[in-house]
Design a protein around this ligand. Structure first.
Ligand code: PLP
Length: 394
């Protein structure tokens, strides 16, 4: 895959978007805790307020620290424009509410993030928006659903928590053939490993809470891509009020400085962990796109430059075995998060699909006895030893 960015991703994570906002020769971006921005000159105030000149008016709309965060993600994803939100779900729901109208048809897949899935099954239908969720691995069926009419095609790859991989080139082409807006949740892959916009996607969304921030200390979301679409999302979010806080924006920015380093190590750790688990007698299944045994390994290799830090696996004995296994791990938070520097584990019922009932999880094809594993940046020998002793004790 060619790199459409001017600088390498490692350089952009460090330098991207910051220059304009450095203050009084500071080398670091300031956290601007200011609700409003003052203009002694009425003409200047008027120009900024009406959009004729650049600047900030009110903190619900824009903020300098938040603007640097948006610009850095925009550069990393190679999009025309970016706008942010208070969480990943705020970014996704604002985007959908801003772009969809009653009578519109959305096509997506069964394996989207639990919260996103509930938007499609519960909240959007209440506004007269038809959402059709197709089997994630049945590319022909997704194409057929799109061909029969689609205003917005929503994709997520790799998926959470079963790590299924969608063929982005094929599906983006299918969406554009019927004039649909194509959106990709790139949270799992990160712009280090996958660039949906370079493959033709109109918009990319992120839970910046995860890999972008990487330190499990700040919530945030972002929408990147076509300027006309991002503008609509911004105009809705500005009124909806789900604004990213400047302190959170700063923490996310600080985290992003090491995005490439972290993701590279997390992917190497995930690959080694997946390989180890695949040959362990107590492990019945391992889902990781980097494994040759992964059903969509070839597709993943064709659209990703690395396979990411996420995997999931099943232990012999189902949910009961998971219940026994988890307390034995020493180097893992048992928490509903992922993408952090610490290894983090949990079953779907308490993590990705905590918002869903057991019946809803079953309908989405999410096994209760799965363990989602977000590889941290620890030394791989320690992670493997920890898994080995925990499996032995199970
Ligand atoms: C966590 C997550 C979200 C939601 O993000 P929040 O920041 O928790 O609101 C959306 N998509 C994916 C793939 C996620 O992992």
């Amino acid at each position: 895959m060619t790199n459409p960015r001017e600088l390498d991703v490692a350089s952009l994570t460090v330098w991207g978007g910051e220059e304009h906002y450095l203050l009084d020769r500071a080398t670091q971006v300031p956290v601007v805790h200011s609700v409003a921005f003052g203009y002694p000159d009425f003409e200047e105030w008027y120009d900024v307020a009406t959009g004729a000149a650049e600047g900030h008016i009110y903190g619900r709309n824009t903020n300098p620290t938040v603007a640097v965060f948006e610009e850095k993600v925009r550069l990393l994803e190679g999009g025309e424009a970016a706008t942010s939100a208070s969480t990943g779900m705020a970014a996704i729901s604002n985007m959908l509410h801003a772009l969809l109208r009653p009578g519109n048809r959305v096509v997506s897949v069964k394996d989207t993030y639990g919260g996103t899935s509930l938007l499609f099954t519960e909240f959007l239908p209440a506004f007269g928006i038809h959402c059709e969720l197709i089997d994630t691995t049945d590319t022909d069926a997704i194409e057929a659903a799109v061909a029969s009419g689609c205003d917005l095609l929503y994709l997520e790859t790799p998926t959470n928590p079963t790590l299924k991989v969608l063929d982005l080139r094929r599906l983006i082409a299918a969406g554009h053939a019927v004039g649909a807006t194509v959106v990709v949740d790139n949270t799992f892959a990160t712009p280090v490993n996958q660039l949906p916009i370079s493959l033709g996607a109109d918009l990319v969304v992120h839970s910046a809470t995860k890999f972008l921030g990487g330190h499990a200390d700040a919530l945030g979301g972002v929408v990147v891509g076509r300027e006309d679409l991002v503008k609509k999302v911004y105009e809705y979010r500005e009124i909806n009020g789900a604004t990213l806080d400047p302190m959170a924006a700063y923490l996310l920015l600080r985290g992003m400085k090491t995005l490439q380093l972290r993701v590279e190590r997390q992917a190497a750790n995930a690959m080694a962990v997946a390989t180890f688990l695949e040959s362990h007698p107590k492990v019945t299944a391992v889902n990781y796109p980097g494994l040759v045994s992964h059903p969509q390994h070839e597709v993943a290799a064709g659209q990703m430059t690395g396979f990411g830090g996420m995997l999931s696996f099943a232990i012999d004995g189902g949910l009961e075995a998971v219940r026994r296994f988890l307390p034995h791990l020493r180097l893992a938070h048992r928490a509903a998060n992922l993408g952090a520097v610490e290894t983090t584990v949990g079953p779907p019922a308490t993590t990705s699909h905590v918002e869903c009932s057991p019946e809803e999880r079953a309908a989405l094809g999410i096994p209760e006895g799965l363990v989602r594993y977000s590889a941290g940046v620890e030394h791989i020998d320690d992670l493997l030893a920890d898994l080995a002793q925990a499996l032995d004790a199970t």
